[in-house]
Design a protein around this ligand. Structure first.
Ligand code: THU
Length: 164
């Protein structure tokens, strides 16, 4: 038996004002995306902004449905819209934030496992790291250098995609 250890390194900031300009702009865009959230059931708005290598910024927000499992998280809304509209785009960075009227969110909201799995595949497909910034409105910011560091054991089976 071998005992193995995985470490991740990420950056922590007290607020967006400490970020470099590019990242601060991305967080501001994630905040803008909150306004298109359709979340009448959870009343929990999630917004994401994704910066492509071209400099273009794509927004996404959570979209719920009365048949609850049919809804989709903000991250996947944005990623799949990039996948369909810009299939060859390279993603540099994504910022995620959340807001609710029900209580004060005191910590950055981090992505669910389903979104991490999708983010991991985008990262693998483009063969370059995607930075992930979790931003608490008016508060702490966490910046992670890659999706791989958030989900080191994502589902991978290259033979499933192989041609017969
Ligand atoms: N949600 C996201 O948009 N992203 C996540 O990573 C986790 C949760 C959404 C789904 C649902 O509309 C609401 O937040 C409450 O779970």
């Amino acid at each position: 038996m071998k005992l193995l250890n995985l470490n991740i390194t990420f950056e922590q900031y007290n607020g967006v004002s400490e970020l470099n300009e590019q990242d601060a702009v991305l967080c501001e865009n994630a905040e803008k995306a909150l306004s298109s959230s359709y979340s009448p059931y959870s009343k929990f708005r999630v917004g994401t902004a994704i910066r492509l290598a071209s400099g273009e910024i794509i927004l996404g927000s959570n979209q719920e449905n009365l048949a609850y499992p049919s809804g989709l998280c903000a991250e996947r809304v944005a990623l799949f819209s990039i996948g369909s509209a810009y299939p060859y785009a390279v993603i540099e960075s994504m910022a995620i934030t959340a807001q609710t009227d029900a209580f004060e969110i005191l910590k950055p909201v981090t992505s669910c496992g389903g979104c991490l799995q999708v983010m991991a595949e985008f990262e693998r497909k483009q063969a370059s790291p995607i930075e992930v910034i979790f931003y608490c409105l008016n508060g702490e910011v966490l910046k992670v250098p890659s999706v791989q560091s958030l989900l080191p054991f994502s589902f991978v089976e290259d033979r499933l995609g192989a041609k017969a």
